[in-house]
Write a protein that binds this ligand. Sequence first.
Ligand code: ADP
Length: 338
Amino acid sequence: QFPFGRRLPCDIYWHGVSFHDNDIFSGQVNKFPGMTEMVRKITLSRAVRTMQDLFPLEYNFYPRSWILPEEFPLFVDEVRMMKDSDPSWKPTFIVKPDGGCQGDGIYLIKDPSDIRLTGSIQSRPAVVQEYICKPLLVDKLKFDIRLYVLLKSLEPLEIYIAKDGLSRFCTEPYQEPTLKNLHQVFMHLTNYSLNIHSGNFIHSDNVNTGSKRTFSSILCRLSSRGADVKKLWSDIISLVIKTIIALTPELKVYYQSDIPAGKPGPTCFQILGFDILLMKNLKPMLLEVNANPSMRIEHEQELSPGVFENVPSPVDEEVKVAVIRDTLRLVDPQKKKR
Ligand code: ADP
């Protein structure tokens, strides 16, 4: 740890949150300049939408989204038009504050008029998105997938996707959204940080059961039910690649501004956390990208009321140790020199 920097150059610099040090002249840094900004909810939505306008069929893995408050009138108009053309369409929307994480400030609505357009939305912009009402369920529960992706280089574009990830489960059986259950976060939101507070959360000591499991255990289950797991993987890979392609033009601008070509500087790589939801028909949908995914391999356990201890989490260990190990192998400075 070098809280005040270091004079001698390093092979690899591992920054905690984002790229922040302009005094690095060689080696590799584990963050790209501008990545944190690019994956914020609003910026990501904008970048994907630009591509949706150009290639609507290729970019149909991201729910229809509007940016608040500026696109509120557009949101109202488009929803009205869609309802007029299909009166049987009974949508639900999810409102997510920009820059929020861990489910913070998220709520579901049935109609644009339900948006809390008070002073707070002006000061806290958000994305409102079509809610995916028919997710794939396992054990009657909604879950999402966290996949780890290594962006090893922007030019040439080099992307590696970890073969295993995490599946994070809700803790209340899923029902399609109704006015009655819209507020039930344990049914609709898969965030670990929320569901951990449910009495139903199961910390499991293996990777196939409980509220957090490996993605590979889900794939095994799906494959035994006869699902086309190969096609699912190829859809996921193409979702990841297309998302990164949508981000690259602006990432290159950030890169050139912080590390101009011709000047001595480091190269960058970054582990990204992709949050993906599978629809009932197995189509993967992108929820969000995390620039600083948690690499914790422990969780807190309450030993007695109010007394907590960190204990190992086998499922996090199984997935995350492999991600870090393979990342270090891929960026190995010795290999680079050879
Ligand atoms: P945060 O950064 O706060 O975790 P997310 O965009 O990941 O925000 O959303 C939180 C959770 O809400 C997701 O993990 C998922 O369970 C649910 N969710 C988000 N967007 C949608 C959507 N469009 N349709 C259905 N569920 C969604």
